[in-house]
Design a protein around this ligand. Structure first.
Ligand code: XBP
Ligand code: MG
Length: 233
């Protein structure tokens, strides 16, 4: 039986990357007088690397002419970036993607547990949940697995394995909701059936391992029908 839904955050709960994460990075770069910025396509390219610190490290490695930063410098730039991100989210920049709230409420009505498995920083998740669903929203989630809690980020399965462990549930009793090929690989690696809601940045990726690929969760199909799709896989 289905017992829990496990949600990715960036791209799945909300469209956070282009107008929030990317912009927050650029603000931190400007503040630190760094001689580069990330435009929309460049950022899209570097989404191939999950984790903000890891993304910046990979970008610098590809651009040896740029100042090469220490891990401590990267960590401190990333802290600035998190501050900017949280500020933007707190100001109400983003809303949930279509159908997300409906599905969360339907899950509650069916006594399903809710959890989060994400690469992003815990403070970012908390800010997004509170800003889009109110201050009590984080308590709706049994487990919030985020950021550096596991050393190997998506596409490694570790974050989903961690969340399943915290839930005390088998993969067969849960469903993952993701937006990217990396997220899909991570969830499938932990044995989870996965629904994809694609984004501007992830459409066209290989989602052949997914149970369903949707443009968003606001389809005319009811949440019950979406969940039932699970048994067809
Ligand atoms: C999204 C990510 C994150 C964010 C930035 O992963 O890869 O790196 O872009 O977050 P997911 P941080 O879709 O699994 O949530 O800068 O806090 O790492
Ligand atoms: Mg994602």
């Amino acid at each position: 039986p289905l017992r829990a839904l496990i949600f990715d955050v960036d791209g799945t709960l909300a469209d956070t990357e282009r107008d929030a994460h990317r912009v927050a990075f650029n603000r931190a770069f400007a503040e630190m007088d760094l001689p580069f910025r990330w435009d929309v396509p460049t950022y899209g390219h570097y989404l191939k690397v999950t984790g903000g610190k890891e993304r910046l490290r990979a970008f610098l490695k590809d651009h040896p002419q740029l100042p090469q930063l220490s891990d401590a410098d990267i960590a401190s730039i990333h802290r600035q970036k998190t501050g900017h991100y949280v500020e933007m989210i707190d100001a109400g920049l983003l809303s949930l993607r279509p159908g997300v709230l409906r599905l969360l409420n339907a899950a509650r009505d069916h006594d399903l547990l809710l959890a989060i498995a994400t690469t992003t920083t815990p403070a970012n998740v908390e800010a997004l949940l509170k800003s889009t669903m109110g201050t009590e929203a984080p308590q709706r989630f049994h487990t919030i697995g985020a950021g550096d809690v596991v050393p190997d980020k998506k596409p490694a399965p570790d974050i989903y394995i961690y969340v399943l462990d915290q839930l005390g549930l088998a993969a067969a009793d849960c469903l993952a909701i993701e937006d990217s090929a990396h997220g899909l690989r991570s969830a499938r690696g932990a044995g989870l059936a996965t629904i994809i809601t694609q984004t501007e940045y992830t459409q066209g990726q290989d989602f052949s391992a997914a149970l369903r690929v949707l443009d968003h969760l606001g389809e005319k199909a009811s949440p019950a029908q979406v969940l039932q799709g699970r048994s067809a896989g």
